[in-house]
Design a protein around this ligand. Structure first.
Ligand code: 3PG
Length: 317
C-alpha cells in the first residue's frame, strides 16, 4: 500500500508554462529533474492567449514560468497549486497577494540569468555606438561614463564587463552599501540624481514595483549629459514614456535602447528614426545558458520545496 507521502509524490504534477519557450536542453534537464523526483512533468510551451494556461493549471501542484502572467484568475483555476517558481529574476508577473491568500509559495531564481542580460546591455550599446553596423563612422565605449542604476546580480556583472571596455563606472543603489560597490572598483553615488547627471550611458536594473513604475521621468532624464543613452533591459513600465518622448522632442542628442518595445513604439518610429533600438520581444534572458541555469534551478527549487519544505528564494514570505 502506498504511504500518504508516496501517494502524494506519485500524483505530483509540475507544469512548465512558457509562452516564450526555453532552449530544448533546458526543457530536457527540467523534465529529468522532475521525473527523478517521482513527479510528472507537463509542458505548455509557445501558447498564445490565456485559455491554454487556465486549462493547463487545473490539476497541477507546481508551475514553472518565465514572464507568463500568474494573476488571480489563473490562481483561482489552479485548485491544487502549492508553488509557482518564476525561472528568472523579476516576479512582477505573479499576483503575490493572491498566492499568499491561498498559501501558495512564490519563488524566483535570482542571478541565474543575470549574465545573459548583462551581455545584452553591451551588445546593444556597441551595436548602437557603431551605428547599427551600417558602415558609417561611430563611437567607442572606452572612456565613456556608465551609470548602473541598481547594483544587484545584473548590475554587478554589467560593472565587470564595463571595466573590460575601459568605461568609467558609477552606480547608485540605496539597498547596497557603498563598500560593497566600491570593492568592485565602481564609484558608489549617494543620490540617483548624481548618477543621471554624471553618466552619458545609464543602464537600468531596477525591478518594476509600485515605487519604481514610471519613476524614470523627465526630472531624472533631463539631467543626463550630451549624447545621453538610456539602456533599459529591466522593464518598460519603469519608464515614464511621455516624459521620455518629451526629452526626445527637446534633445536630438538623446537615445534610448530597450529590451522590449515601449508601449508608444509607433511615436518613436514615426519621429525619431536612428535614435533608438528596441528588441521585438524580451530577449535579455534568452540564451541556452540562462535557460538551463534558471530552468533547472526552478525545477530543483520545486523538488526541494515539495520533498523537504525548503522555502529558500520564497518572495511572498
Ligand atoms: C527576468 O526577470 O528574469 C527577465 O526579465 C527574463 O524574462 P524571461 O524569462 O521572460 O525572458
Amino acid at each position: 500500500m502506498l504511504t500518504k507521502h508516496a501517494n502524494f509524490t506519485f500524483m505530483t504534477k509540475v507544469l512548465v508554462a512558457t509562452e516564450k519557450p526555453f532552449a530544448k536542453e533546458a526543457v530536457d534537464g527540467i523534465v529529468k529533474i522532475i521525473e527523478k523526483a517521482g513527479f510528472t512533468p507537463v509542458l505548455l510551451e509557445s501558447y498564445s492567449g490565456k485559455q491554454p494556461l487556465l486549462d493547463a493549471v487545473v490539476d497541477v501542484d507546481a508551475i514553472i514560468i518565465r514572464s507568463d502572467i500568474i494573476d488571480k484568475e489563473v490562481i483561482d483555476a489552479a485548485k491544487q497549486l502549492k508553488i509557482v517558481v518564476r525561472a528568472g529574476a523579476g516576479y512582477d508577473n505573479i499576483d503575490l497577494a493572491a498566492c499568499t491568500a491561498r498559501g501558495i509559495v512564490a519563488m524566483n531564481t535570482p542571478g541565474q540569468n543575470a549574465n545573459a542580460v548583462a551581455e545584452l546591455v553591451f551588445g546593444m550599446m556597441v551595436f548602437f555606438a557603431r551605428v547599427g553596423f551600417n558602415g558609417k563612422s561611430g563611437t567607442e565605449l572606452r572612456g565613456k561614463t556608465l551609470g548602473i542604476h541598481a547594483y544587484g546580480n545584473i548590475g554587478k556583472l554589467v560593472a565587470k564587463i564595463a571595466k573590460g571596455f575601459g568605461m568609467k563606472v558609477y552606480a547608485f543603489d540605496p539597498y547596497v552599501s557603498h563598500s560593497v560597490i566600491e570593492a568592485d572598483g565602481v564609484v558608489s553615488l549617494a543620490t540617483v540624481e548624481e548618477l543621471y547627471s554624471m553618466c552619458q550611458y545609464v543602464s537600468l536594473h531596477i525591478p518594476a514595483t509600485e515605487k519604481t513604475i514610471k519613476s524614470i521621468n523627465y526630472t531624472l532624464l533631463s539631467k543626463m549629459p550630451k549624447g545621453a543613452v538610456l539602456v533599459n533591459t529591466a522593464r518598460k513600465e519603469v519608464i515614464h514614456e511621455d516624459d521620455l518622448l518629451k526629452i526626445f522632442s527637446e534633445r536630438s542628442d538623446f537615445s534610448y535602447l530597450a529590451d522590449v518595445q515601449p508601449s508608444k513604439v509607433a511615436e518613436f518610429e514615426q519621429n525619431y528614426k536612428g535614435r533608438f533600438f528596441f528588441t521585438p520581444k524580451k530577449i535579455g534572458a534568452q540564451t541556452e545558458e540562462a535557460n538551463i541555469n534558471a530552468g533547472l534551478a526552478a525545477a530543483k527549487q520545486i523538488v526541494g520545496f515539495i520533498t523537504n519544505g525548503d522555502t529558500t528564494f520564497q518572495v511572498n514570505k
